[in-house]
Design a protein around this ligand. Structure first.
Ligand SMILES: Cc1cc2nc3c(=O)[nH]c(=O)nc-3n(C[C@H](O)[C@H](O)[C@H](O)COP(=O)(O)OP(=O)(O)OC[C@H]3O[C@@H](n4cnc5c(N)ncnc54)[C@H](O)[C@@H]3O)c2cc1C
Length: 368
């Protein structure tokens, strides 16, 4: 029986000419660590005044900052542009700052980004780089039902905006196949570990725009495992995508000033009287916002293989073939992995283990 989409019709035929990953520890050329800025209530997107300055907050996007950036930035820029300011300042040059700055330019403002670090040095540059709009974005019990509507608006706007970055030279954004492979033919969802929090899931709300995955028959699958699904995954080649965002911002007349703020009140001393505030995890210190919880995540980077044009998920490890390296990342333990952990030092044993799991996938199930 041919594989079917969850919606019904048949999906593509055999796809057996894929390249395997060279999953060897001595091909790891970097290990990066980053903290997801998680807020149980969802990201903080709201305005406050400090003296005569309007501050529009845009931070706390957990594991979904890249994915939701355009939608979140749209909400923030709507608030920022209410009084039609000629000039807008943006604090932060990560995923959220750069997209908000671009949107403020498109809305007609002259924009200056103030940031301690530019994108390649920010936490955003250490992300996996996939479209994961409801990854550790909120807790269902805390965010409440109205956040679902806001999330859906942000996700739809972002998804549509990413369309503009497909097919460009350098491939900042692209679609690739991703295989989910399981040792267990029944593919039962993992039971929630004791004490696990109720991380919100909203994916069903946008099922009409996002391609769905389908189970493959043994004849269709490049892996001989008992259970294989294939889906299409939008991914961000962060090195090129970040470069594109920065270049476009500067070409449109944007300015960037390297500056560190030590106190939130310092923002009111800027000449711009409207500031979009995108400091990411650093809001915990700068705004004394203890509602932000760090969620540590680590990536081991294997030397890129241009011939490798798909991703895989197996036994708690993600493999994503990006243009700037092959991401090997553990999510063993599910969404609780790294929760409350602000340790940003690389763990070599974790990276080696993740690579060995992917090596095991090819030893066990590769059709070759
Ligand atoms: C391992 C891992 C994988 C991830 N994968 C994905 C993924 O695949 N898809 C996805 O959508 N999301 C992913 N995320 C989440 C995503 O990376 C974050 O949500 C996002 O990076 C947050 O971006 P940001 O712009 O808010 O913050 P940051 O990238 O931290 O940027 C903050 C900016 O503010 C500036 N700043 C901060 N404080 C000050 C100050 N006091 N003075 C001056 N400047 C300041 C910084 O210099 C920087 O420019 C992942 C996260 C992790 C940890």
């Amino acid at each position: 029986m041919p594989a079917t989409r969850s919606g019904g019709g048949p999906v593509g035929g055999p796809h057996l000419n894929l390249a395997p990953v060279r999953a060897e520890s001595d091909r790891i050329f970097d290990i990066t660590v980053c903290l997801r800025p998680f807020r149980a209530a969802g990201p903080r997107i709201e305005a406050e005044r400090i003296g005569d300055t309007l501050i529009v907050h845009n931070y706390g996007h957990g594991g979904s900052g890249w994915s939701l950036s355009w939608g979140s930035g749209t909400l923030a820029v709507e608030m920022a542009m209410e009084g039609s300011p000629a000039e807008v300042a943006v604090l932060g040059c990560g995923a959220l700052g750069l997209t908000a700055a671009t949107l403020a330019q498109r809305a007609g403002a002259k924009v200056t980004i103030y940031a301690k670090d530019l994108l390649p040095q920010t936490r955003s540059s250490r992300a996996t780089g996939s479209w994961t709009p409801d990854s550790r974005i909120a807790l269902t019990s805390v965010a409440g039902p109205s956040f679902g509507d806001k999330w859906e608006r942000m996700a739809r706007i972002s998804f549509k905006t990413y369309r503009q970055y497909l097919g460009l030279p350098g491939t900042p954004v692209e679609w690739r196949d991703s295989y989910f492979i399981s040792d267990d033919a029944s593919d039962k969802p993992e039971p929630k570990p004791p004490g696990a929090l109720d991380f919100a899931r909203y994916g069903d709300r946008i099922a009409d725009i996002v391609p769905q995955s389908a189970r493959l028959t043994p004849a269709e699958s490049p892996f001989t495992a008992p259970y294989v699904r294939r889906g299409a995954q939008m991914q961000f080649n962060v090195a090129d995508y970040g470069h594109t965002l920065l270049t476009d911002f500067l070409l449109a007349g944007g300015r960037i000033e390297r500056r560190e703020f030590h106190d939130a009140a310092e923002l009111a001393t800027l000449k711009q009287k409207v500031v979009i505030n995108c400091p990411g995890y650093a809001a915990r210190a700068l705004w004394k916002d203890e509602s932000i919880t760090p969620v540590r995540g680590q990536i081991g980077w294997l030397v890129p293989q241009p011939e490798l044009d798909y991703g895989a998920i197996y036994n708690g490890i993600i493999m994503l073939s990006r243009r700037d390296g092959i991401v090997i990342q553990s999510f063993e333990g599910g969404d609780m992995r790294g929760y409350g952990d602000d340790h940003e030092v690389p763990d070599h044993a974790e990276a080696d283990h993740a690579v060995s799991v992917i090596a095991g996938l090819y030893q066990r199930y590769w059709r070759g």
